[in-house]
Design a protein. Structure first.
Length: 447
């Protein structure tokens, strides 16, 4: 039983006895990155709203707790449904330790600036794979009339923004940025006038946040394209219900887990078109991917048939998602020959490779390119979840591995995967949470 509620701040490990092909059916939960944006966007509402299909994961618990620290009323209807009333918010400041636990806390900048013309927010946290600047966020706020948005204005790790009033602007994003796109949308939806975000990110979660804002009375057009146009409105009435889209990255992770174990799994409650970059690559390698209306079945007609190597290049949606990069490198290890992974979004997102090498992987990294020399059959080891998606990659490798693997700092995985132990157990995996890990080379002990 993996209780994530009481895991905040606790370190623990996953013990996985690999070599079992995953079989059966699982349901995908709500999207972490959509839920984080939508929860922040609920601050803009002039009334209450109910959110459904909210994933039961650590990062969402932190974001909901952040709203409570601002004075918002958050009522838990069940593990996946929350009623939020932001009209009780009594501050524009968020500087406690919770803010630096997640990256998405930066959405409080756009939301509070948009709601009350002021925001004083501690710099965010999040996975560490290179510098994670917020210059584009600040540029958007500055163009809309906010003061304190120069990087030089940031003092002692807190951003202090003020705009009376916020006005519409034409914002060109030099780099496609999910966070800057969402933050600018939040600030713009009640600003005076029209805002255009050019070179906007197009991820499914951007569209979900825009749909949520529109359903509460905002006027946003073009989400999902390069140019998003927001016409500011004075009031955003509430009292409605919104359901979060399925998690594209969780779905892709389970597609890969099924594939690397030579299993046969049908993944339900997903949007197949969101999975196209991964589905196409897996077909290229030799897997069979069968699409239903809201499901994908992953299997291989002949598990003796060698898998083909591939070249994968991450890029903003509809390109190959960077958040599936580590998991896909594990999949490429199953192919015969050399595959290439190009990480074009983040500066340093191969920090997990030495952990995979402990399990037998043969991968050479040259800055943003990893050369994956397959075929590798993994062996169990004690490894580290260096960040959320790297941890998910270690789970995939451990499921395929012969022997037992211990993944330390597994709480990082629970930041973004709802009840992963239960979901994998339901597919036949031998996985459990443990608090003590045998030292390297010690015999397996019952923890
Ligand atoms: C979001 O991060 C996601 N996090 C990340 O997922 C994901 O990897 C990323 O988008 C790309 O898809 C959340 O949604 C909470 P970006 P974000 O702004 O918004 C540069 C996960 O595993 N950039 O799209 O921080 C930046 O350095 C997490 O769920 C600037 O230069 O990403 C990067 O190279 C990990 N200046 C590129 O843009 C800025 O002001 C894309 O970053 C902002 C970003």
């Amino acid at each position: 039983m993996d209780q994530t509620d009481n895991s905040i701040g606790k370190n623990y490990a996953y013990e996985i006895k690999g070599g079992v092909p995953l079989k059966g059916n699982i349901d995908i939960s709500g999207s972490k990155n959509a839920a984080l944006g939508v929860i922040a966007a609920s601050i803009m509402v002039d009334g209450a709203c109910t959110l459904e299909n909210v994933p039961d994961i650590l990062d969402v618990h932190v974001m909901l707790d952040l709203l409570k620290t601002l004075g918002a009323t958050v009522d838990k209807i069940d593990n996946h449904t929350f009623r939020i009333n932001p009209t009780t918010i009594n501050t524009y400041k968020a500087s406690g330790p919770l803010v630096s636990r997640i990256r998405a806390s930066y959405y409080l900048m756009g939301a509070l600036l948009g709601r009350c013309g002021k925001a004083s927010i501690r710099l965010p946290g999040g996975c560490n794979f290179g510098t994670r600047p917020i210059d584009l966020h600040l540029k958007a706020f500055q163009l809309m009339g906010a003061t304190g948005a120069n990087p030089s204005d940031i003092n002692s790790g807190t951003v202090n923004l003020e705009a009376n009033p916020l006005h519409g602007a034409r914002i060109y994003l030099d780099i496609v940025s999910v966070g800057a796109t969402i933050n600018a949308m939040l600030a713009a939806c009640k600003a005076q006038g029209v805002t255009e975000i050019i070179n906007a990110a197009k991820e499914p979660h951007i569209v979900d946040v825009a749909n949520f804002l529109n359903s509460m009375g905002a006027r946003i057009k073009g989400a999902g394209t390069d140019i998003i146009k927001i016409t500011g409105v004075p009031v955003l009435p509430g009292n409605f219900t919104y359901s979060i889209i399925p998690d594209q990255i969780e779905a892709g992770t389970y597609m890969i887990a099924a594939a690397v174990t030579d299993g046969d799994v049908t993944i339900h409650n997903l949007i197949p078109t969101h999975m196209e970059p991964l589905s196409a690559k897996m077909r290229e390698m030799g897997y069979t991917i069968e699409e239903g209306d809201e499901s994908i079945r992953v299997y291989r007609e002949n598990v003796e048939q060698e898998l083909y190597p591939a070249t994968v290049k991450t890029s903003p949606y509809p390109g190959f998602p960077t958040d599936l990069q580590p998991q896909t490198v594990v999949l490429l290890c199953s192919a015969n020959g050399q595959s290439r992974m190009h990480e074009n979004v983040w500066q340093n997102r191969f920090q997990y490779v030495p952990e995979l090498a402990k399990m037998g992987a043969n991968i050479d990294v040259y800055e943003r390119i990893a050369l994956v020399n397959g075929k590798t059959s993994f062996r169990g080891a004690t490894v580290e979840a260096t960040d959320l998606r790297a941890g998910a990659a270690m789970v995939c490798a451990a499921l395929e591995a012969s022997g037992t693997t211990y993944i330390m700092n597994a709480q990082r995985i629970d930041r973004g995967y709802e009840h992963i132990v239960q979901k994998l157990t339901d597919l036949g995996a031998n996985i459990r949470r443990v608090n003590d890990v045998p030292e390297y080379g010690e015999e397996d002990t019952e923890a």
